[in-house]
Design a protein around this ligand. Structure first.
Ligand SMILES: Nc1ncnc2c1ncn2[C@@H]1O[C@H](COP(=O)(O)OP(=O)(O)OP(=O)(O)O)[C@@H](O)[C@H]1O
Length: 450
């Protein structure tokens, strides 16, 4: 099976909802073991809706987090331990249970851990075994945690005081998320990526996760709050101290290269400006009184090439550490994406009403809509094994590029959980979420996917 899995999770009715208002729904299993869902609208003015056979499984309100973890995340852990990358998305209306699912609200009861904490718990159990007999501290395996919120082309680093970082495509064709430029002594210019917090035990991990969550407005859902207007990304990567150190060395060598490269450019420009004069007619001609100092230009270029070679050497060192690791799991990643609230998804075919939005919210809504449609197209292109995957279509898919590219298989170890409310008052929001999930399930299915 090589399909992108889409799950639905019904949250329980909240105490403020009356039980009579529960949405009537039906599931049907099809020959391909996929499920279709039908919803009966609370009023006659809305047409009943039936999805296609797009869903892998439907969790009911009584299913707790452990049940969801066992079915959705646990099967991906062997892939992560082989050094591959698996992605898990949560999508739903504000208050439908995305944070409950991904982050969890109980950080001490393993049965109620969110997917992220439960995954770390299981990974640390495995890493402890792999670390046995390995006495070199620099080679002890742990989990590097990165946490950021994404809005348009800006990422807010939750493990670095919510500082803002830019999402850009580098000269190497890779997407880089980089913080503000720091100007250091001797003209060195350093641009750090999103912070990776190394965690060498489960308790370290839990502490960092809680610190990151404290900077995120979750759990106080209103459709206008901040968390519903950003995508939250949590990356868990299997690392060693040695790997983190050599990555830091690359950043250090790059910062040393900046002033040297600038000096080479300045010298080249200076010599060439001195080497020409302007005629009364406004033309530039070689300056008869100045001979361009080519040796000076070459010396500066030579120094630049030397510093470039230091960067290359540091990058090779990272490759070498990855290649020579005794453990396949080094660099393995599990990425959780708590997508922006489904109230921002605009499906032309959906005749559902949406809450009134301000001009800024409408603009953000358009961007979120672009992100979500781009994500669906990326999933479809991967399912179709297309040569060109449209990662550049949105900042979200640009950020996910590295994670999707690091996946072992086309789609099968990535999944989406749709969180939905059973309250009739939330019917429109629930149907909108399921409509998007239906499209993603079809797109990530087989070659006949639409
Ligand atoms: N499956 C569930 N079982 C029990 N409680 C749940 C479940 N899903 C959600 N809840 C509860 O409902 C409330 C809202 O859920 P949650 O904060 O996860 O919503 P959300 O989709 O993340 O909203 P937002 O995007 O605004 O942060 C929380 O108190 C949460 O504990």
């Amino acid at each position: 099976m090589n399909q992108f899995r889409v799950f639905t999770r019904w949250r329980p009715l909240s105490t403020s909802d009356s039980p009579q208002t529960e949405i009537k729904r039906k599931c049907e299993e099809h020959a391909n073991s996929r499920i279709s869902m039908s919803l009966v609208p609370p009023t006659k003015s809305i047409r009943p809706w039936t999805s296609e056979a797009a869903f892998t499984h439907v969790f009911e309100a009584t299913d707790h987090n452990k049940c969801v973890f066992d079915a959705v995340v646990a099967p991906t852990l062997p892939e992560v331990l082989k050094g591959h990358c698996c992605n898990l998305f949560a999508y739903g209306h504000s208050g439908s249970g995305k944070s409950h699912t991904i982050m969890g609200y109980d950080f001490s009861n393993p049965d109620e851990f969110g997917m992220c904490l439960a995954a770390a718990h299981h990974l640390f159990e495995k890493l402890e075994t792999l670390n046995e007999g390995n006495h070199a501290a620099a080679l002890q395996l742990g989990i590097g945690l990165r946490m950021y919120e994404l809005r348009n082309k800006t990422a807010f680093d939750l493990l670095n005081g919510r500082s803002s970082c830019h999402v850009r495509e580098g000269y190497d064709g890779q997407t880089h998320i980089r913080g503000e430029t720091e100007v250091l002594e001797n003209g060195k210019v350093r641009v750090r990526p999103v912070v990776t917090k190394p965690c060498w035990s489960f308790d370290d991990f839990r502490k960092e996760l809680l610190a990151g969550l404290a900077l995120r407005a979750t759990g106080t859902s209103t459709v206008h709050d901040q968390s519903s207007r950003t995508h939250a990304v949590l990356e868990l990567e299997i690392v060693t101290r040695a790997l983190l150190d050599v990555r830091d060395a690359v950043i250090e060598r790059q910062s040393e290269l900046v002033p040297v490269a600038k000096r080479a450019t300045d010298i080249y420009l200076e010599e060439n400006v001195k080497g020409v004069v302007q005629t009364p007619e406004g033309k530039y001609i070689p300056n008869p009184d100045y001979q361009i100092d080519q040796a000076r230009i070459d010396a500066a270029e030579g120094q630049k090439a030397e510093f470039e070679s230091f960067v290359k050497k540091a990058e090779d060192h990272v490759e070498e550490i990855m290649r020579s690791s005794r453990h396949d799991c080094l660099g393995g990643k599990l990425v959780f994406v708590d997508l922006a609230g489904s109230e921002y998804y605009h499906d032309k075919a959906a005749s559902v009403s949406r809450p009134k939005q301000s001009a800024q919210e409408q603009q953000e809504g358009r961007q979120i809509n672009t992100d979500l449609l781009a994500l669906k197209e990326v999933i479809r292109a991967r399912a179709l094994k297309q040569a060109r995957i449209p990662f550049r279509s949105s900042p979200l898919t640009m950020v996910l590029r590295g994670h999707f590219m690091g996946s072992s298989t086309v789609n099968s170890h990535s999944a989406m959980i749709l969180t939905v409310s059973p309250s009739s008052e939330q019917f429109a929001a629930t149907m909108n979420t399921l409509k998007y999930g239906n499209l993603v399930g079809l797109a990530g299915g087989d070659k006949t996917a639409r």
